[in-house]
Design a protein around this ligand. Structure first.
Ligand code: ATP
Ligand code: MG
Length: 697
């Protein structure tokens, strides 16, 4: 792409209508901020649905129209989906402003992505200069956990009589320390006090983990940020990268961690060309070391201080929905008080719905969704949100039974399916033969090659100077020889296919298909997933780009579930609340608004954790434009991690729906609950009576 030296708006002959005409005064101020030449850093801090993301997109468009080079704009968002959405919005404004026809395309923004994916790209590009092997592979959280598990075992920590933290906890501790930049002692003291006695062993484990990653030439998620940050501690690299991006713009800034803030500061030490937007009331990632102080302290980080703009008008929700949302957040110890108002009047208030159990909840949602569709609200404009992925299980069954297509975000990940993992491991291993976990998995797919044989092979590779030669020279036990030869030839061919992508994937599939048939009874269903993967692969320029993107931001649905609907088909959205950030739908249903689910049992510890759960409910509710239902099953299923097994619990309405909040809702219930409530009124012995009365009174 060529640099846009001539401002785009001067290139068009006829004057175009002002593309920013529909923005309000504060939004326009943000869009045109710094146009007079100076560009002090900019912070937009405002409530949900006030147009923060839209304003950020409009600002990018304005900068491009004024002549900024799209190649030099770094746009950071929290998910690939959000980054794509931002890009689309910028494209729309530019398209309109430039008076383009249907076939013309607005300039693209090649540097729009998540912190992690941009970090991965930059590290790959700068690898040789910073002493990193450019063939590094990226380990997803599952891989990192597995590696820690392996090392934990090797260090004899799995057999200690006093229970050493599980591999998932080890990773959480490690990740917290890296992302928060806090010393391990402090992290243990404050976040994981029950693991305090293991500090020395954890330190040794983490040292081994670092060494092992280095040996295998693997970076985990945290490394992508850490290595990027470290690179920027060198003044030369910081200046080079800072100059490379004339503008750095960040959405959802309230959910960045200290490392991410450090990266931004190193890129733009005086804040010139830096714009961030966010809402402290929506910070929901403290459990992943997000630091709400980043946004609160942003203005005074710079000299001169950043310009702070607030947006007051909510354009998303009707006034009754907004009032209910405001009531929820009013009970939080808020830092930046915001008053949001909406012009969208409506007679319909949000609804609080009592249901008997989660099966009835599923049926209720299916009924409501279909009824809404009858009224012209497409399935795609409706979303069901929940705290934790497995909360939607009963609903999913109901949707499948009724043939209602849906796509689930934040749920069972495509990449977690065994066959997808097999194939990706093969791709990773062929890219980086030192990737021990990938190799261990693939080698054992060879009939006759067990864990011992695989270990021998991988040890040989680890100690060899030429990893590829060591792999090719390996000779397994005679029983596995023929099958091993096939894999070896496949790997050699994939290596030769080298740059030709996606040819390497075709080769991998050719080898893997017979294994799939042999290993899985439902091979045909799984084959469909692999075909989907093949289709996705075509959209990437290289194996590295494909693997990096898929590891960092995997597609969400697998055909193990409902089957990904065709793109032009209508489908209902199911999403965890965390994955629903920044989005909006006409109708929103929030499942399980009961204590134990919201707040989640596991998070109901400290006051800060409870506050974060309240903000989660706020985020869920503020996604709704016209219709909002909070669902309250009286009985729900809890999966216990303890030896007691699964059990049913009698739920109580979430503590966040206080009487002051409930006053903003209309109450509804299923017929069965109504009958039970009547019975309960005359029979105080029934446990459910008290629960129901707490809702009805
Ligand atoms: P969140 O906090 O949930 O991320 P947000 O502040 O980023 O929300 P947006 O998603 O940018 O808000 O905007 C919410 C909705 O309001 C979108 O549908 C957007 O198109 C619309 N909107 C924003 N500003 C205006 C405006 N000036 N005129 C009309 N619609 C607007
Ligand atoms: Mg937004």
């Amino acid at each position: 792409m060529t640099a846009l030296a001539t401002p785009l708006h001067t290139r068009t002959a006829a004057p175009r209508p002002d593309p920013f005409a529909s923005l309000n005064d504060e939004q326009r101020q943000a869009v045109f901020h710094g146009r007079d030449g100076t560009a002090p850093p900019l912070l937009i801090i405002a409530g949900a649905g006030s147009g923060k993301t839209l304003t950020l997109a409009a600002r990018v468009a304005r900068l491009v129209l004024d002549g900024a080079d799209p190649q030099r704009m770094l746009l950071l968002s929290f998910s690939r989906r959000a980054a794509q959405d931002l890009q689309r919005r910028v494209g729309r404004v530019l398209h309109q402003a430039l008076g383009f026809g249907a076939t013309q395309r607005a300039p693209e923004l090649p540097w729009a992505g998540t912190f992690h994916s941009v970090g991965a790209r930059l590290l790959r590009e700068y690898a040789e200069r910073i002493g990193l092997n450019p063939a590094f592979t990226i380990a997803d959280r599952g891989d990192s956990e597995d590696l820690l598990g392996l090392l934990r075992h090797e260090q004899g920590l799995s057999s200690t009589h006093k229970r050493f933290p599980m591999k998932g906890t080890c990773l959480a501790i490690y990740s917290r320390a890296v992302n928060s930049r806090e010393p391990l002692t402090e992290v243990l003291q404050q976040r994981f006090p029950w693991c305090r006695d293991w500090e020395a062993q954890l330190k040794a484990l983490f040292r081994a983990y670092l060494a092992e990653k280095q040996r295998q030439c693997v970076l985990d998620y945290d490394d992508l940020l850490l290595a990027w940050w470290q690179m920027l501690q060198d003044p030369g690299f910081a200046a080079e990268l800072g100059a490379r991006f004339s503008q750095v713009l960040v959405d959802e800034y309230q959910d960045t961690n200290r490392l991410q803030a450090g990266i931004l500061l190193a890129l733009k030490p005086d804040g010139q060309g830096l714009s961030v937007v966010g809402d402290d009331a929506q910070s929901i990632y403290a459990f992943r070391a997000a630091e709400v102080r980043n946004i609160l302290d942003f203005p005074k980080t710079f000299e001169p201080a950043a310009t702070v703009l607030a947006l007051q008008q909510n354009y998303r929700s009707t006034q009754p929905i907004l009032q209910a949302c405001n009531a929820v957040i009013a009970e939080a110890p808020e830092r930046f008080a915001k008053t949001l108002w909406s012009e969208r009047n409506s007679a319909e208030r949000p609804q609080l719905v009592s249901l008997q159990d989660d099966a009835e909840q599923g049926a209720w949602v299916a009924d409501e969704v279909l009824a809404q569709r009858e009224q012209g609200i497409a399935l795609k404009r409706q979303a069901v949100l929940f705290r934790t992925s497995h909360h939607s299980a009963a609903l999913e069954l109901e949707l499948m039974r009724r043939d209602i297509p849906y796509v689930k975000f934040g749920g069972l990940k495509f990449l977690e399916a065994a066959h997808v993992k097999d194939l990706l491991s093969l791709l990773r291993w062929s890219q980086n033969p030192r990737h021990r976990l990938a190799g261990f998995r693939v080698a054992q797919l060879v009939p006759g090659l067990g864990p011992a044989g695989a270990r021998k092979l991988l040890d040989g590779i680890a100690h060899a100077v030429d990893a590829v030669a060591a792999l090719q020279a390996f000779r397994p036990a005679p029983g596995a020889a023929a099958a091993w030869r096939e894999l070896r030839e496949c790997l050699a061919a994939m290596g030769q296919a080298g740059a030709a992508w996606p040819a390497a994937l075709d080769l991998a599939l050719r080898w893997y298909r017979p294994q799939l048939q042999r290993l899985h009874e439902d091979a045909a269903v799984r084959q469909a997933d692999l075909e989907q993967l093949q289709q996705l692969a075509g959209g990437y320029a290289s194996r590295e780009a494909f693997l990096a993107e898929l590891t960092l931001d995997p597609p969400e649905a697998t055909s193990d579930e409902a089957g990904p609907p065709h793109l032009d088909e209508d489908y209902l959205i199911l999403s965890t609340i965390h994955s629903a950030k920044g989005q909006e739908w006409s109708s929103v249903y929030v499942l399980n608004v009961v204590d134990g689910c919201m707040p989640a049992d596991m998070a109901a510890g400290s006051a800060e954790e409870i506050d974060e759960e309240r903000r989660l409910l706020y985020v869920a509710m503020t996604r709704a434009q016209h219709r909002l239902q909070l669902l309250v099953p009286q009985r729900f299923y809890v999966t216990q991690q303890s030896a007691r097994g699964d059990r049913h619990l009698w739920g109580g309405l979430s503590r966040f729906v206080t009487p002051a909040v409930a006053a903003h809702f209309d109450r509804r219930c299923s017929q069965r609950v109504a009958a039970l409530a009547t019975a309960a009124a005359s029979s105080p012995v029934l446990d459910i009576g008290a629960q129901l009365r707490s809702i009805w009174n």
